[in-house]
Design a protein around this ligand. Structure first.
Ligand code: VAH
Length: 317
């Protein structure tokens, strides 16, 4: 059975739904340290799990015959900078607990990493999987640590560790949790509901991005890929790169009255300026057949439709 930690974050529910369709509803356990909304309980098993409590985690793993652990508990980039000590505890000590329990119980372990695991001294255009990683956020530092520790446990103890560096992930059914790419999620809600959006990054800030369905499919595909296909244990995956200005222009094709304004958040802008502009994910495409489905036009029509905007008319024009 699969246990997802940090399950009430941006990706947990979508991931649980995809995996429940694949492995059976009762074989995917969602967990977090918060009380979930009632619909979460109806969609499948949910348990309280605190990655800082080894005993709690050990009991869940043993009592539920967990074989796959998907470790999504973390403070993201901006949230981490606002609470470094908590981010260090959850993202690093929590990771250590998960690694030890995975090794102890011979679990297979997936940990998401991020473009935030690169920094200003990394190559910023088409950043390759293997390159300098000196991130400037506690989130990025903790994710580089997760990558290195996961690969160490894989080589030292034979732990089946798998890791993908996600770009900014865009979803309609969940709120992002304190990231730097959150603007690209909120803009769709505001465009449809308010016809305007105030962006907290500069118009020219180009970042790697991906629609949530591509992100979750990549995760399932790397979980199911034969270990022999891996030349590495940590892969970049991406779909596109765009700026707030480009995204706003694509939205305006469907919402003509849409207006974007800018009020730059210096903390998020500094983080974004330290990240890759685009990722090279050719190794994932070569080793285990990764390919993205959603480019910018499809992302925008899908997201606007999910927010109740009828995009068919605009396309006819
Ligand atoms: C963040 N959404 O902004 C997360 C993600 C690549 C960005 O790691 O922190």
């Amino acid at each position: 059975r699969v246990l997802i930690t940090g399950g009430l974050g941006q990706l947990g529910m979508g991931l649980a739904n995809l995996l429940r369709n694949r492995f059976g509803k009762d074989n995917v356990i969602l967990s977090d340290i918060k009380k979930p909304p009632s619909h979460v309980f109806c969609s499948g098993p949910f348990v309280y799990a605190d990655v800082l409590d080894r005993q709690n985690l050990r009991e869940i793993v043993v009592n539920n015959r967990v074989t796959w652990l998907l470790h999504y508990s973390a403070l993201l980039s901006a949230a981490g900078e606002a609470n470094v000590s908590l981010a260090r505890a959850v993202n690093i000590t929590g990771l250590h607990n998960v690694l030890d329990i995975a090794a102890e119980h011979n679990l297979r372990l997936f940990v998401p990493s991020t473009i935030g695991a690169f920094g200003p001294t990394s190559p910023r255009n088409r950043t390759p999987d293997l390159s300098v990683q000196r991130p400037r956020t506690i989130y990025g530092v903790s994710k580089v640590h997760a990558e290195l520790m996961g690969e160490y446990y894989c080589h030292r103890y034979g732990l089946d560790f798998r890791c993908l560096r996600y770009p900014g992930v865009i979803s309609a059914d969940s709120q992002p949790g304190g990231g730097t790419t959150d603007y690209a999620v909120q803009i769709f809600h505001d465009a449809v509901k308010r016809g305007k959006f105030e962006c907290n990054l500069r118009p020219s800030t180009r970042l790697p991005m991906m629609y949530v369905d591509d992100c979750l499919r990549a995760t399932l595909e790397v979980m199911e890929a034969p270990a022999e296909s891996f030349s590495m244990r940590t892969y970049n995956v991406t779909a596109m790169s765009f700026t707030p200005d480009e995204l706003a222009q694509e939205i305006a094709k469907h919402v003509p009255e849409f207006r974007i304004t800018y009020c730059v958040d210096p903390v998020r802008q500094a983080i974004a300026d330290s990240w890759p502009v685009s990722l090279d994910d050719s190794m994932a495409r070569k080793d285990w057949g990764w390919k993205h489905d959603f480019d910018l036009p499809e992302l925008v029509t899908t997201m606007l439709s999910l927010h109740g905007c009828d995009t068919r008319i605009a396309q006819a024009n």
